[in-house]
Design a protein around this ligand. Structure first.
Ligand SMILES: Nc1ncnc2c1ncn2[C@@H]1O[C@H](COP(=O)(O)OP(=O)(O)OP(=O)(O)O)[C@@H](O)[C@H]1O
Length: 323
């Protein structure tokens, strides 16, 4: 269990982390999602001990590690730009951290082979790391982190160098590996899709704080703020003034798929996007822009009338409906 207690980190006058608190359970895949510059990497660095906190405490399994140097924290960190040792084989790259610890040769061999099997890289162990693909290199970097059997893992956008398709496969793999290791993963990304598909729970980092923490479905269905509602989802949540639906003083938020054919709301199609067999219409509704998932193809300029089947009410940018 990792407890982050009121973490504050400043660079000069600039407060990057402004009171971060959460308890992450052992074996949990915890994702931190936030836009570029939100402070995600900084948060991982203070957990790893590479950057010093201004205030707050980090407790791991009941032990205060706030002032421990990085090498005493037993944390594995996998960065976006992993650096493998270029003149070594895959095997030697993975074995390196164990050799540094003067571990016995047989034990090193046993561990390297076990980790290679989990990651599916057994057949490339004897290759030079410069002669393997980007995806394989990423796995070797992960293997090198895992082989030390740390108590938890910090991953900073480890899949960002992969192309979309490989990335999709790698996500599934990573989730499998995490379950197999029963590891505690703290994974950082700016990609909401990635967060939604990987996380057991996730936290949205905004303005130095966690704006919401919960299961992906909870954040999708009940975003605490308009900001979260717009950041999560393939399309931002739609908002219409409440008075359009007889609700004064609030805004009505709804997802593109929370609509059906009906006569309540009239829009004009301004553009269209298809994703697989899904058709999304971007409409103008009395000056408001909304996106709806529609069952048939229309033309730009067509009128569309629909009914909202599910909605959430927001006041001053904050959700007022409860689960
Ligand atoms: N060493 C530093 N000195 C001063 N400012 C810094 C330093 N490192 C980061 N920052 C600033 O702190 C903020 C957060 O940076 P950080 O790298 O943590 O963001 P991030 O959420 O990881 O972004 P990205 O997704 O783009 O990697 C940024 O505004 C950045 O410019």
């Amino acid at each position: 269990m990792i407890e982050l207690q009121n973490l504050v980190k400043k660079y000069g006058n600039f407060t990057v982390l402004n009171g971060i608190s959460v308890t992450i359970e052992s074996g949990e895949f915890f994702v931190i999602l936030g836009p570029s510059g939100a402070g995600k990497s900084t948060l991982l660095k203070v957990i790893a001990g590479i950057e010093k906190l201004d205030s707050g405490r980090i407790i791991v399994d009941g032990k205060d590690i706030t002032n421990l140097p990085p090498e005493k924290r037993n944390i594995a960190m996998v960065f976006q730009n992993y650096a493998l040792y270029p003149n070594m084989t895959v095997y030697d790259n993975i074995a390196f951290p164990l050799k540094m610890r003067k571990m016995k040769k047989e034990e090193i061999d046993e561990r390297v082979k076990r980790v290679a099997k989990i990651l599916g890289i057994t057949d490339i162990l004897n290759k030079n790391v410069t002669k393997i693909s980007g995806g394989q290199q990423q796995r070797v970097a992960l293997a090198r982190a895992i082989v030390r059997e740390p108590s938890f893992y910090l991953l900073d956008e480890p899949l960002s160098n992969l192309d979309a398709r490989t990335r999709f496969i790698a996500r599934g793999e990573l989730k499998r590996i995490q379950k197999e290791l029963n590891g505690t993963f703290i994974y950082v990304t700016h990609d909401q899709k990635e967060a939604m598909s990987l996380a057991d729970r996730m936290a949205v980092l905004h303005m130095g704080k966690f704006e919401q923490i919960g299961k992906p479905i909870e954040l999708y269905e009940y975003p605490k703020t308009k900001w979260v509602a717009e950041f999560i989802g393939d399309f931002p949540m739609n908002f219409l003034p409440g008075k359009m639906m007889g609700e004064e003083g609030v805004e009505i938020g709804f997802r593109p798929e929370w609509v059906k054919e009906g006569n309540d709301i009239k829009g004009v199609v301004e553009s269209i996007e298809t994703m697989g067999e899904n058709i999304y219409l971007f409409c103008d509704v009395g000056g408001n822009k909304v996106t709806i998932l529609w069952k048939e193809m229309l033309d730009i300029g067509d009128e569309v009338t629909f009914t909202i089947t599910k909605f959430r009410r927001f006041k001053d940018g904050v959700l007022i409906d409860t689960q």
